[in-house]
Design a protein around this ligand. Sequence first.
Ligand code: GLN
Length: 486
Amino acid sequence: MELFRLTIHELNELYREKKASPVEVTRQVLSRVEKLDPEIHAYLTVTADSALKEARDAEERFSRGESRGLLDGIPVGLKDIFLTRGVKTTCGSRILENFVPPFDATVVEKLRSQGAVFPGKLNMDEFAMGSSNENSGFGPTRNPWDRERVPGGSSGGSAAAVAADECVAALGTDTGGSIRQPASLCGVVGVKPTYGRVSRYGVIAFASSLDQVGPLAKDVEDAAIMLQAVAGHDPRDSTSIPQPVPDYRKSLRAGVKGIRVGLAREYFPPGLDLEVNGVVQDSVRLLEKLGARPVSISLPHTDYAVACYYIIAPAEASSNLARYDGVKYGLRSSQGKGLIDTYFQTRTAGFGHEVKRRIMIGTYTLSSGYYDAYYRKAQAVRTLIRRDFENAFKECDLILTPTSPTPAFKLGEKTTDPLQMYLSDIFTIPVNLAGLPGLSLPGGVSRTGLPIGVHLIGPPLGEEKIFSAAYALESEIKWERRIPEL
Ligand code: GLN
């Protein structure tokens, strides 16, 4: 039986009925990685031995009639941005090539205590800056649907691994779209929760006012199970929300009767890819058929979102990345003559082009004389964007948009044009600026056989509403998890 193809909830059932064992599942997932990953390159580190040990522990628990819950014995991949005790964590950067953290991120700790099995660490754009995984310091991940194409980014390794059944589910991070955009390009479900819903303790920081952790999964139910497992207040992360976590799986079958689905005209510009538009319009019709009511809304400041993001995110990154100085951890250049020169040589050798570009932009926009013109202005615009959503949610319960303006593009297609690359996140970035939850689910496939995602945006802590609509939509789309030909 091809156990590696199954979802978390399907495996749960087999485990309960003793028709499959965690060791068998983990072995299958690991041999899948061995077979496919030389080409897909979703993994940066494979931890086969510890994964098998974790699987055996789960198996022993099961044989004693015990279980730690829905993730017990489930192989979960981790983006290489999450600190893992004793396991190399690079954040996709040469500057952390040999960094082995002394502790686990809170989310890793949570998954571990619930019995998850960890097959390894997943590829990503360096410091989560990118939309194609081509900024990884260790070579790009390829899209399992078409290996000449990118998987999206920055959680491209996570999305590709889930799509190719190289893990059952994965954890990623999303600062401007890094969970939802690769989920869309790889045909999986990805959730960016409300800012503060999930702890970021032990998650390597990119832009702290935007970063959020979330799941990539084979279906909506698995995404709900994963979010349930990692969400909640953490005293070690002062930005985490001190509110109880609802039972997300309960919300799955709530349906969409009477739900008002907002369609923002700014998200359907004249030049929008016809197939992307078609898939979103199909979803609107399906939701309508299920009893939802489409309403047109406006988010008037949408046009400024990308510019605003590319001031705020680099500003925060330039500050967060100051710690990689060759002294505290990671790479240290031996070429340096004295302290300042060692900083200089280490950062020159350790950071890639995109990261350097952002550090320079961020340092510039924060410097005295420019701060008011750029950073302060961007903060003001950010408030306007957040208010757009506040106003829109007076007229609707959820907002439906495309996730990405196009299906997966070719490797190399946008690497020489950063602006084109930045525009990949045009529909996801506003959600991070406003701190809202968003989910991407597979809505259909293009003529050339590439997945196209649809994007649901909710009000603050509106994850349950999003899950209800996504689950209803998923059942109608009958996406039956089309497995890419491999
Ligand atoms: N692609 C966007 C960027 O490069 C978003 C990345 C992310 O969400 N981490 O910043």
